[in-house]
Design a protein around this ligand. Structure first.
Ligand SMILES: Nc1ncnc2c1ncn2[C@@H]1O[C@H](COP(=O)(O)OP(=O)(O)OP(=O)(O)O)[C@@H](O)[C@H]1O
Ligand SMILES: [Mg+2]
Length: 214
């Protein structure tokens, strides 16, 4: 089972994915928790380039190709082996983020984004995608407080510095993707308290795991 978490900056992906991993592990499951871009040393190096706010000169096509490069490495090195070993793989952002940010946000042709995703994923798609949906201003405010709290570590804020209109396009893009594939996506309202959202997430995932076990 390959489960991905998606949503705008600060929608609570990293918070919720950790809570879900705890819940599943408490139930005895073997869980691999990972993230994109990154998840292994080579892809983490690409992540640093992608999220560095100093890289203002980066054009959209470079961005798209770096995401694809990081994904190819992460799938080969981390995700596919874990799935083959029978783990539940939870991934913080995946190919839908590339669709939402590089196609809907940046305005690259959807077809180009799909081609790169196809090359990077080589047939692997999530079984379930949780889209944490929240207001862009709320999400960005939360993301800024996370960045401030991180102190002297890498700031990883190239996207947080984009205009509100960019994040609005990303949010709407995500909702469009969810409408295109209602079987794979579950849209979770993400403006409540973390514990409340975690209950909704756990119910969706448990339901899906039970169905796939039948
Ligand atoms: N439901 C919530 N209500 C209030 N604050 C929250 C909620 N969920 C997460 N937070 C806080 O908001 C900040 C951002 O949350 P988190 O890192 O989980 O979001 P994210 O979607 O992973 O963001 P990013 O896209 O920047 O990685 C964190 O400081 C977190 O503690
Ligand atoms: Mg996060």
């Amino acid at each position: 089972m390959f489960i991905t978490f998606e949503g705008i900056e600060g929608s609570g992906k990293s918070t919720q994915i950790r809570l879900l991993a705890d819940t599943l592990r408490a139930g005895g499951a073997t869980v691999l928790l990972t993230r994109e871009p990154g998840g292994c040393p080579v892809a983490d190096r690409i992540r640093a380039v992608l999220l560095d706010a100093e890289n203002r000169a980066m054009v959209a096509m470079t961005e798209l190709m770096l995401y694809a490069a990081a994904r190819a490495q992460h799938l080969a090195e981390v995700v596919r082996p874990a799935l083959a070993a029978g783990a539940i793989v939870l991934c913080d952002r995946f190919s839908d983020a590339t669709r939402a940010y590089q196609a809907f946000g940046r305005g690259l042709p959807r077809e180009t984004v799909e081609q790169l995703n196809q090359l990077a994923c080589d047939g692997l798609a999530p079984d379930l995608t949780l889209l944490l949906d929240c207001d862009t201003a709320t999400g960005l405010e939360r993301a800024r407080s996370r960045i401030e709290a991180a102190g002297s570590g890498p700031r990883e804020e190239r996207f947080e510095l984009e205009a509100l209109s960019f994040h609005q396009r990303v949010r709407e893009g995500y909702l469009r993707l969810a409408a295109e594939e209602p079987e794979r996506f579950a849209v979770v309202p993400a403006e409540g308290a973390p514990a409340e959202i975690a209950v909704a997430v756990a119910a969706i995932v448990t339901g899906r795991l039970q169905r796939s076990a039948v």
